[in-house]
Design a binder for this molecule. Structure first.
Ligand code: NAD
Length: 495
């Protein structure tokens, strides 16, 4: 579609910002709403229901009733599979509309909203649908006078609280395994990007997910989010967001009913490039492409780049040659690869980190500026700092913007020590031709995922999650079912 057509479609959009509870669109009980603006150009997108504890109460009641009467959990896995696959098909059918909503709501390029976000969301729903009727329970090898069954049961009412950087994908990573396993779900999207979640709820109902089984409550973290985390009748929280909020979620779980709290949190991933890297061009492309993808707003962005001193100059020359291709552009233009920062709060935070980098003595080699102010949107140039020291703020804290910190090393053990010297442990990478070094380094790096000679490995079949303060539990893969099911042991005496 042309740039002009996307703009025309954007202008013609009619957006419904009401919550989705018990199969129906509804305003918040309080009547409150908030205004959702686009970071693309500042346009007003919608008034969105500002849900709080009263709406949480209604949604939890609906979800609990639906769970208890087994309208969904009681269906055969093959039946739930058919519905989830239809849900996936509907996401594909409505792909252009969903992509447009995603781009307008959070600023990512339309090219990626379609090719990445819509496709990954549909694929995730389809994959868990396909998986659920192929999983067997267990019988324990006990003595012959008994039979011990080990079965998986849905936990009950699951609250999924998700961030704004991949609104649909983060939601799908929670709702697909939770729904496939038979739970009722209440999704709380970020207040910065609530629109696709609300549309997904309508598509879920159309696909055949019964009313009450999947509810969506837009609203603020301190209101709707905290009310879910504190609720005595929510059995499980699947949370993705910042480490700061993750800690609060775990506290609220402990303070209330000790609900299971699974957290996928922030990152400051280390990317280590050795002088014997087998393909320097590939390493440069991965380093640059991965940090600027999604405007740098990716939890697993390789934001700390450690380059062996002897090749640093060569590496930086290649990197600087690639950077112009990532200048931010109109997110509704299909040629744009970097879009807008999600909102003014995030924009100020990113610019604040850039100032901190300069003040602490890092060398700004590229970017560092807000541009395209005339659009009314929030755009930052791809930024690269050299001569970064591990003690600097830009090397320690998650920036969540298009800012790369380059450090150097002469001894791989020192690089590993620095890479591990972080509260985070989401991902890491090592580039080397030496197989033993690759394996030893991968073992030594404290991260949930370690890449060797690549950074873009990504598949629904593999677990995604962190060590340390990057969280617990895993999204994606069959392991996600561990979060949304309980194991039951049934001992049967054989006389
Ligand atoms: P955030 O923690 O501010 O918000 C995440 C969600 O939590 C939102 O829906 C928000 O409304 C809600 N929330 C905020 N305060 C709350 C509270 N007190 N109680 C309950 N809910 C509350 O994070 P964000 O800015 O939306 O997202 C960015 C963060 O998410 C980054 O740190 C990023 O690394 C992380 N992230 C992690 C992964 C992963 O898989 N590890 C994936 C994507 C994003």
């Amino acid at each position: 579609m042309t740039n002009r057509l996307w703009h025309e479609r954007a202008d013609a959009l009619k957006i419904d910002g009401r919550a989705f509870i018990d199969g129906k669109r509804t305003w918040a009980v309080s009547g409150q709403f908030f205004d959702d603006h686009s970071p693309v150009d500042g346009r007003h997108l919608a008034q969105v229901a500002r849900c709080d504890s009263a709406d949480v109460e209604l949604a939890v009641r609906a979800a609990r009733t639906a769970f208890d009467d087994a309208r969904w959990a009681g269906q055969a896995p093959a039946a739930r599979k058919r519905v989830l696959i239809k849900f996936a098909d509907l996401v594909v059918q409505h792909g252009e509309e969903l992509a447009l909503l995603e781009t307008l709501d959070m600023g990512k390029p339309i090219k990626y909203s379609q090719s990445v976000d819509v496709n990954a969301t549909a694929n995730c729903l389809r994959w868990y649908g396909e998986a659920i009727d192929k999983i067997y329970d267990e019988i324990a090898p006990t003595a012959s006078d008994s039979l011990a069954l080990i079965t998986r049961e849905p936990v009950g009412v699951v609250a999924a609280i998700v961030p704004w950087n991949y609104p649909m994908i983060m939601a799908a990573w929670k709702i697909a395994p939770a729904l496939a396993a038979g739970n009722s779900v209440i999704l709380k999207p970020s207040e910065k990007s609530p629109l696709t979640a609300l549309r997904l709820a309508e598509l879920a109902l159309e696909a055949g997910i019964p009313a009450g089984v999947f509810n969506v409550l837009p609203g603020f973290g301190q209101e709707a989010g905290a009310a879910l985390a504190l609720h005595m009748d929510v059995d499980c929280i699947g949370f993705t967001g910042s480490t700061r909020t993750g800690k609060q979620i775990m506290q609220m779980a402990g303070q209330s009913n000790l609900k299971r709290a699974w957290t996928e949190l922030g990152g400051k991933s280390a990317n280590i490039v050795c002088a014997d890297c087998p393909d320097l061009d590939a390493a440069v492309e991965a380093a640059i492409g991965s940090i600027y993808f999604n405007q740098g707003e990716s939890c697993n962005a390789p934001s700390r780049l450690f380059v062996e001193a002897s090749i640093k100059e060569q590496f930086l020359a290649k990197a600087l040659a690639l950077i112009p291709a990532f200048q931010p552009g109109d997110p509704l233009d299909e040629n744009t690869v970097m879009g807008a920062i999600v909102d003014v709060i995030q924009l100020k935070s990113v610019l604040g980190y850039i100032e901190a980098g300069k003040a602490e003595g890092a060398k700004l080699l590229s970017g560092g500026k807000q541009v395209q102010l005339e659009t009314g949107g929030y755009y930052v140039t791809p930024t690269l700092f050299d001569e970064v020291d591990s003690s600097m703020k830009i090397a320690r804290e998650e920036i969540f913007g298009p800012v790369l910190a380059v450090l150097s090393f002469t001894d791989i053990n020192d690089a590993i020590r620095q890479a591990n010297d972080s509260p985070f442990g989401l991902q890491a990478a090592i580039w080397t031709s030496d197989l033993s070094r690759a394996i030893k380094t991968a073992r030594a790096l404290r991260a949930g995922t370690v890449h060797v000679n690549q950074y873009d490995g990504d598949d629904i079949t593999v677990p995604f999650g962190g060590y340390k303060q990057s969280g617990n539990g895993r999204d994606k893969s069959l392991h996600a079912f561990d979060k949304y099911t309980d194991l039951k042991t049934t001992w049967i005496h054989i006389s």
